[in-house]
Design a protein around this ligand. Structure first.
Ligand SMILES: Cc1cc2nc3c(=O)[nH]c(=O)nc-3n(C[C@H](O)[C@H](O)[C@H](O)COP(=O)(O)OP(=O)(O)OC[C@H]3O[C@@H](n4cnc5c(N)ncnc54)[C@H](O)[C@@H]3O)c2cc1C
Length: 459
């Protein structure tokens, strides 16, 4: 057994750890970053990057099938070669991971250590038989797909977002359990690859965290692609008969049983905090296992910080990365940045994508202050019509007295990008009138944001 001392140890090379390692090492600290699996974590290896390359392949297939609408002949049936889809994705993922790894490995003052890290005490960590001691420890251990206790799961084979990465064929009928962000992205892409898809959702509507109109529009988009949606599936269980997989859904309407060839579980995430030896420290977690942190990401134990998905303050790559920026700013730049400076923002990468920032309509209503709403369907936006992509709408909420932008949703072509003009205005703390008077480029979806702001009505 060897024991080594570092100034700073980072556990997990996900989306926060590497950036923080760079900042700390650059400042002259001796840093070790410990990774048990793949550098880049979920986002690079089994999350954002691979799914978005697959969404791009699915979009190409979808557009090819629609080619005749645009006056383009592709000739014959459009077929997807999943081996090539996978190869393209794996190349992009491998390049991204290798780039990050070589950056870390060649970084002065930084040591990359492979292995599972466990606390022995608040300042001592074991990795296999070796020990590390450190003045400061930064946790960036992320999360993994949760495994619900659904009866019959032991009888069937099923995928989660990680194991699905091995699939190099088009499943005949994919049953997706979970009608939220991850389930919808996978469901739509596999439908476009050529699978029959059934999405089973326990709740009364898809993406329940979104407003009802957003959720309803997404339901329509998904259903019109020929995906079966089963809502209110309260007691899901599984069985296998004659080589086929059955999901019992006990829904209020429709067939109580759904049959398919493959199952994807997309029912949420859990933090990787159960095998970290946290019990040998006084670090506290909430009842779901997320590490409790303050506004500057300090845990309750001096010298230990927690960043990214494992602290439950965000569930995205941009929030994990921002956590690292906050910690670095506080420790190195005398800049007291805080988590609560962050405006909630994210995208759902179905096609068309949903871009979201700030408060939902439900949250705006809960404030109990007068608010205004603007809404415009994509059918009334020329660029969307020209592109033949008129599904969805955009909407925005503004404080009726202060003209402050409270939140927005853009479901439509480029929604994930366009939302940033609203988000940046919110960060600038500028009133809605700033965008309303801005002259946007024609023809774009963005050019209708000023128009929408000129047509606000009481909420
Ligand atoms: C299918 C899918 C699609 C997604 N798409 C998007 C998207 O489009 N945009 C977006 O913003 N977010 C997306 N996300 C979420 C995003 O991937 C995560 O929010 C992000 O990766 C969180 O980063 P992190 O650094 O907190 O954790 P992770 O990226 O999970 O990294 C944690 C790292 O810690 C390592 N580790 C854990 N425990 C230990 C230990 N004890 N010892 C050593 N190492 C350890 C893990 O191996 C891992 O590499 C997606 C997630 C999924 C599942």
């Amino acid at each position: 057994m060897t024991t080594k001392h570092f100034d700073d140890v980072i556990i997990g090379a996900g989306q926060a750890g590497p950036f923080l390692a760079g900042r700390l090492a650059e400042s002259g600290r001796q840093v070790a970053i410990v990774e048990r699996k793949l550098v880049g974590g979920t986002c690079v290896n089994t999350g954002c990057t691979p799914t978005k390359t697959m969404v791009a392949s699915a979009y190409a297939a979808h557009l090819a099938r629609r080619a005749a609408e645009f006056g383009v002949n592709v000739g014959g049936e459009v077929r997807v070669d999943m081996k090539r889809v996978k190869a393209r994705r794996d190349t992009i993922v491998a390049e991204s991971r290798a780039g990050l790894r070589s950056w870390l490995e060649t970084m002065p003052n930084c040591t990359v250590i492979e292995g599972q890290a466990r606390f022995e005490s608040a300042h001592e960590i074991s990795i296999g038989g070796d020990r590390l001691t450190a003045d400061r420890i930064f946790l960036n251990v992320g999360g993994r797909a949760s495994m619900p206790a659904m009866p019959g799961l032991e009888q069937i084979e099923f995928f989660n977002n990680s194991s699905l990465m091995e699939v190099d064929f088009v499943p005949k009928h994919l049953i997706v359990v979970g009608g939220s962000y991850i389930g919808l992205e996978f469901g739509q892409m596999f439908r476009r690859f050529g699978s029959e898809v059934t999405i089973i959702e326990m709740g009364p509507r898809l993406v329940r965290r979104e407003d009802e109109d957003v959720s309803a529009a997404i339901h329509g988009i998904i259903e019109r692609e020929g995906i079966q949606i089963r809502l209110n599936a309260k007691c899901i269980s599984f069985s296998k008969r004659n080589g086929e997989t059955f999901a019992q859904v006990d829904c209020t309407s429709g067939d109580p049983e759904v049959s398919g060839t493959h199952v994807l579980l997309a029912v949420g995430r859990v933090p990787n905090t159960d095998d970290l030896g946290l019990e040998r420290t006084d670090v506290t977690t909430d009842k779901r296992g997320y590490i409790t942190v303050d506004d500057q990401l300090r845990t309750n134990v001096d010298g230990i910080w927690a960043m990214g998905d494992c602290n439950g303050r965000g569930a995205f790559t941009h929030t994990a990365f921002n956590d690292a920026e906050i910690v670095a700013a506080n420790l190195l730049d005398h800049d007291p940045r805080r988590v609560t400076d962050r405006i909630p923002a994210y995208a759902l990468y179905i096609d068309p994508p949903l871009g979201r920032c700030g408060q939902t309509e439900a949250e705006v209503r809960q404030r109990g202050r007068p608010a205004l709403v603007g809404k415009r369907p994509m059918t009334k936006i020329k660029r969307a019509i020209e592109k033949g992509e008129t599904e969805g709408f955009m909407k925005i909420f503004v404080d009726a007295e202060t003209n402050e932008i409270l939140g927005a949703a853009i479901l439509g072509p480029g929604g994930d990008e366009i939302i940033h003009s609203i988000l940046d205005t919110m960060y600038a703390k500028a009133p809605a009138s700033v965008i309303q008077r801005a002259v946007h480029i024609h023809p774009t979806v963005s050019e209708l944001i000023p128009t929408m702001l000129g047509e606000l009505e009481p909420l």
